[in-house]
Design a protein around this ligand. Structure first.
Ligand SMILES: [Zn+2]
Ligand SMILES: [Zn+2]
Length: 258
């Protein structure tokens, strides 16, 4: 049987980096056979981001997604979620949410590791990136750890992870302890990298550490990216030894077969 299609990482025009009407996103998801999706528009409190992109229009976003939840009831389940960057340094102030992704986009001195670099990221930046993920994981207060290893997205080959294994293991211990899920972000399948983030080596490490909770997210910012790479992401998860993935229902994890 084909696994249920659930996408827990989607951006719409409420994010500064997307122009997608949420209706277009929902219609594309319905067309591809999705049973459940979560809007996770950016809510960054990092002053660097607030200055560059402004703040998420919280009230308008919640109102619109709530209207659409009702309008599409019985056809597709819709969650109103958020993706918060560096929330261990700049706490999320959005109150109650259906789903909250905690992500690191920037190093501790605010170098953005999630966009196309002008120069290769230095070893120091990558070290700092994982340390920031560890600080975020230990602080907790969110449901899903987003795109661990996002700095690899524009690489043409998977970079080595050996130096970072000890810190990645600590990140996993922290999220497992708090029942925070690990996201398999398949935006990397659409990019030169050609695989999921975290990359398979890191996914295997998660399983070896005892990690079970997994969600899938396209990180789509346009409707035509919905579903692209999801089948490959399922295959990779199975190859790495996982047999289940998860969705969130009123704060409780639900299991699905892979
Ligand atoms: Zn992100
Ligand atoms: Zn995102």
């Amino acid at each position: 049987m084909r696994p249920s299609l659930i996408d827990y990482h989607l951006h719409s025009q409420f994010s500064a980096d997307s122009k997608a009407d949420p209706v277009q996103i929902i219609e594309a998801a319905l067309e591809k056979g999705y049973s459940e999706i979560a809007f996770t528009d950016h809510d960054d409190q990092n002053p660097v981001d607030v200055q560059a992109y402004g703040e998420l229009a919280q009230d308008a976003y919640r109102k619109r997604i709530t209207e659409l939840k009702t309008a599409y009831e019985g056809r597709i389940k819709i969650l109103c979620g958020f993706e918060a960057g560096e929330m261990h340094r700049f706490p999320f102030r959005g109150g109650e949410t259906d789903l909250l992704i905690g992500s690191i986009h920037r190093t501790s001195d605010d170098v953005n590791l999630s966009s196309l670099p002008e120069m290769p990221f230095s070893t120091g930046m990558i070290h700092d990136y994982y340390e920031e993920n560890l600080a975020l994981a230990e602080a907790g207060g969110f449901h899903i750890l987003g795109h661990l290893g996002i700095y690899m997205r524009y690489e043409k080959e998977i970079p080595g992870i050996t130096p970072w294994k000890p810190v990645i293991e600590k990140i996993f211990q922290a999220i497992i302890r708090q029942e925070i899920a690990l996201e398999i972000n398949f935006s990397g399948v659409r990019k030169p990298l050609g695989t999921v983030i975290p990359v398979p080596q890191i996914l295997r490490l998660y399983r070896e550490c005892g990690g079970k909770l997994l969600t899938f997210g396209s990180d789509a910012h346009v409707a035509h990216d919905i579903g692209v790479g999801h089948a490959q992401a399922f295959d990779i998860a199975r190859d790495c030894g996982f047999t289940r993935f998860h969705s969130l229902d009123k704060g409780t994890w639900q299991e699905h077969s892979l």
